[in-house]
Design a protein. Structure first.
Ligand code: NAP
Ligand code: ZN
Length: 354
């Protein structure tokens, strides 16, 4: 059985709920039979990283090394690994393990594993009980089945945001069968939202962006949206009542979803992917139109690989701004101000060379 030495690893993480990210070196486990060692080249910054670092959800255990939009190159393999080779460009998203035996895992819905999926950071390893640490680091060890393949045509930096922002918006659009003739509204034009627009447009839907930021109108149209509504403009929102099949709601804070329910037509669905919180009360006026209020979490392994392959084939890529690891705190502050166009990606060379 393979059991290499452990790998001392440079990383950045948070030590307390101030959420300040600083150098914090960690040790990656020696390779097990089914493990892959990956040299990380890029890692996207998700708003969930910020929520976790600042303990917005009240369940962070410190220290935490965030990052679940990971791309890199295979550097070593456990003896039992045959699906990857040294030198392959590979990726890891939000999950690094699951039971793989329950009825949810068997359907390819590992993110909803009945025993609980293991998060890429802040999770507990199923075999040795150690804590998982994410992609703000120079390398990572991961079970081979949870390592995805980066298609040739996708650059590593453009691939990274697809691992969370991409799959989290792709999956509900597929689940609710968005296609030609669908009218989709995307609420919040950030990392998730801009990928939601790109995917819904690629699927043939008519897409409207719902935003608080008037200065994002030109970007929304350039991303392929057909219309742009300022959510504080009550008259404009009212004029669009009962016209949408889906609202994909990516807003990252607790808020009233009622104005978005009013936008739905018969059997319309509002899918919450952004707000991970208690919701303000919602009136059951949902019955007036048989409306559905739903949620969706990332996507399974096969669906994530399908999405990566589709992005390569159809030339779908996120809009990114590259940063050095050392600039992550500024990036967090800017993300909180909705000042990111539209995903920060860390160039891990900056940490390798630090
Ligand atoms: P982001 O890049 O910061 O984008 C969020 C966008 O929402 C902002 O650009 C802004 O768009 C809008 N917004 C921000 N604050 C708002 C407020 N107070 N009120 C109304 N709108 C606001 O964040 P992200 O990375 O896309 O993540 C969005 C959320 O999804 C986060 O909460 C994250 O934790 C969650 N998430 C969930 C899953 C899942 O599996 N369900 C996966 C990944 C992330 P405008 O300027 O256009 O208004
Ligand atoms: Zn994420």
């Amino acid at each position: 059985m393979t059991q290499t030495n452990e790998y001392p690893t440079r990383a950045y993480g948070a030590s307390d709920s101030s959420g300040r990210i600083a150098r914090m070196d960690i040790v990656r486990r020696g390779l097990r039979e089914d493990d892959v060692l990956i040299d990380i080249s890029h890692c996207g910054i998700c708003h969930s990283d910020l929520h976790t670092a600042r303990n917005d959800w009240g369940r962070t255990t410190y220290p935490v090394v965030p990052g679940h939009e990971i791309v890199g190159t295979v550097a070593a393999l456990g003896d039992g690994v045959s699906r990857h080779e040294i030198g392959d460009r590979v990726a890891i998203g939000c999950i690094v393990d699951a039971c793989m035996e329950c009825s949810h895992c068997e359907q390819g819905l590992e993110q909803y594993c009945k025993q609980g999926m293991v998060g890429t950071y802040g999770g507990t390893d199923r075999r040795d009980g150690s804590k998982t640490h994410g992609g703000y680091s120079t390398r990572i060890v991961c079970r081979d089945e949870f390592v995805l393949k980066v298609p040739e045509a996708l650059s590593s930096e453009h691939c990274a945001p697809l691992l969370c922002a991409g799959i989290t918006t792709y999956s509900p659009l597929r689940t609710w069968k968005v296609g030609p003739g669908s009218k989709v509204a995307v609420a919040g034009l950030g990392g998730l939202g801009h990928m939601g627009v790109k995917f819904a447009v690629a699927m043939g839907a008519e897409v409207t962006v719902l935003s608080r930021s008037a200065d994002k109108r030109a970007d929304a149209i350039a991303l392929g949206a057909h219309d742009f509504l300022i959510t504080t403009d009550k008259a404009a929102m009212k004029a669009q009542a009962a016209t949408f099949d889906m609202v994909l709601n990516t807003i990252p804070v607790r808020h009233d979803v009622t104005p978005y329910l009013h936008l739905l037509g018969i059997d319309g669905v509002q899918v919450l992917v952004g707000m991970i919180d208690m919701m303000p009360e919602v009136h059951t006026g949902l019955f007036l139109g048989r409306k559905v209020l739903a949620g969706s979490g990332i996507g399974g392994l096969a669906e994530t690989q399908e999405m990566l392959d589709l992005c390569a084939e159809k030339n779908i890529a996120p809009e990114i701004e590259m940063i050095a690891m050392q600039d992550v705190n500024t990036a967090y502050d800017r993300m909180e101000e909705s000042d990111v166009k539209y995903r920060f990606v860390i160039d891990m060379k900056s940490l390798q060379e630090a």
